[in-house]
Ligand binder design. Structure first.
Ligand SMILES: Cc1cc2nc3c(=O)[nH]c(=O)nc-3n(C[C@H](O)[C@H](O)[C@H](O)COP(=O)(O)OP(=O)(O)OC[C@H]3O[C@@H](n4cnc5c(N)ncnc54)[C@H](O)[C@@H]3O)c2cc1C
Length: 445
């Protein structure tokens, strides 16, 4: 093995070793791999397993979700394999599958001239070490028997756009002059690349459709080296362990991006709203330190949510229902909820039960499609007299969950008296203002 002037090894970064036919059956190898992985679980990266119990539609047209980029909101219930110690207000981190890309895998394998089910193992080339920054995907799959189908299904983020670096490398394999020029320019001009991504056709899943001359030309090692890996997405837990001991529920807003033919579905939100019952997934629990119920259940609470920001509050009211059933006295709890459609029967029934036992004292819904169009902040102003005594209680805790825009707009009108800024600062300094913010202005969370 020789080294170049900079001291780098010249040998290949990775060697892919394909099994002979019928050698090393994949199931047995995956099972062995799985047991090794399980033994490696640490407190920090412990992966819990769950299976889908049901996906109920809260908003939108569920019958269209599997096939089209159709918005909507789902209540997804997960059955836990292990006992998961979580508190209401915590999150789960889910690594998606990208189920929507399943139908493209055969085409990608064809373009790579590879049998999707051929078993192989990736090992660093002689004298080389594979580090994460060199290739997150090769780093993740090294020393594990797998197949390209398995890698493309569960490791590679096929929905991610091509990076400038990827364009630079890929341009070297484009036989068509126009394709070469596009990739080459995209690798040098960030605005051009951003524009191409916006116009569509620049996701990894589209690679061989958009750049046909790459088919049959890219070595598999290079393709795998460039592919990005899935990253975890966070979802607020929408259930209480006191209500559903071996279940975790989440509320998922289907993310839809782009216009007309370029309309695309978000990867994880699509998986979690279309996966059939019985499908399994892995997740981590991330505790959300600043977003838990007050230790004293008599402390008044105000919960402000928009869209899937309702999730933690469903956990809150379930927890308070359990407290009420065990005879604990509860303070008042006001829920201000902004949504696109009137809450359907599922949520409406739950809220009636929560109100009947005092777990929630008042529900104010702001339906944005009602005319005249009004948002939660408008209802805060309209209900100022009812909110004032609760907000002025020195034990009152305020919780807001949803988009940055909603939280900003509500914070501006929430203070019960004129010294608004000072009131907000006092609430913050006493740790009584809790925010769980996700999704920017364009988000449909
Ligand atoms: C603390 C926290 C709590 C959360 N809780 C919830 C919750 O309870 N419920 C909920 O529904 N969501 C929640 N979210 C949001 C959730 O984590 C995901 O971000 C959301 O579901 C979208 O993920 P996705 O995989 O569907 O979309 P993605 O596929 O990741 O797409 C999302 C964004 O990525 C970019 N993008 C993706 N593909 C491309 C492309 N090809 N080209 C260019 N850009 C692209 C776009 O900017 C797009 O808007 C939470 C987030 C945080 C941070």
């Amino acid at each position: 093995m020789s080294k170049d002037a900079s001291g780098h090894n010249e040998g290949p970064l990775v060697e892919l070793d394909f099994a002979e036919n019928d050698e090393k059956p994949l199931d047995r190898l995956l099972e062995k791999e799985r047991s090794v992985q399980e033994n490696r679980k640490t407190a920090r990266d412990y992966l819990f397993e769950a299976s889908i119990i049901s996906v109920d539609c809260l908003e939108g047209k569920q019958e269209k979700w599997a096939t089209t980029a159709e918005p909507g909101t789902a209540l997804t219930k997960l059955l836990l394999k292990d006992r998961v110690p979580y508190k209401v207000g915590d999150h789960i981190a889910v690594v998606p599958f990208g189920m929507q890309f399943g139908t493209h895998i055969e085409g990608i394998c064809e373009a790579l001239n590879i049998d999707p089910n051929a078993v192989f193992i990736a090992r660093p080339g002689e004298g080389r070490t594979l580090e994460k920054h060199m290739s997150p995907l090769l780093f993740e799959i090294q020393y594990k028997y797998t197949t390209i189908k398995n890698v493309l299904t569960s490791v590679a983020a096929l929905g991610d756009p091509l990076s400038a670096t990827a364009c630079a490398v890929l341009s070297g394999y484009a036989e068509d002059q126009q394709e070469f020029e596009l990739l080459d320019r995209a690798s040098n001009d960030a605005d051009f690349l951003a524009n191409m991504c916006k116009n569509g056709g620049m996701r990894w899943v589209d690679l061989f459709d958009s750049f046909k001359s790459l088919a049959g030309n890219i070595p598999l090692e290079i393709f795998l080296m460039l592919l990005p890996t899935h990253h975890a997405r966070l979802y607020s837990i929408a259930s209480s362990p006191k209500n559903a001991k071996n279940e975790i529920h989440i509320i998922v807003s289907r993310r839809v991006m782009g216009e007309a033919e370029q309309r695309r579905k978000g990867v994880a939100s699509d998986d979690l709203s279309v996966m059939p019952p019985g499908s399994t997934l892995q997740f981590q629990v991330r505790t959300c330190r600043g977003f838990h119920l007050p230790a004293d259940p008599r402390a008044p609470i105000v919960m402000v949510a928009a869209g899937s920001g309702l999730a933690p509050f469903r956990g809150f009211w379930q927890e308070r229902m359990a407290a009420a059933q065990s005879g604990q006295p509860l303070g008042p709890a006001i829920l201000l909820y902004g949504c696109r459609e009137e809450p359907g029967s599922l949520l409406a029934k739950e809220l009636i039960m929560a109100q009947a036992c005092g777990a929630v004292s008042l529900v104010i819904t702001a339906v944005s499609t009602r005319l005249p169009k009004r948002y939660i902040q408008d209802y805060v102003v309209e209900n100022a007299a009812a909110l004032k005594p609760i907000l002025e209680n020195p034990k009152c805790e305020v919780y807001m969950c949803g988009s940055t825009t909603m939280v900003k707009a509500v914070t501006a009108v929430l203070p019960p008296h004129k010294q608004g800024e000072a009131w907000i600062q006092k609430l913050q300094s006493e740790g009584r203002l809790h925010e769980d913010v996700f999704g920017g202005p364009e988000s449909n969370c």
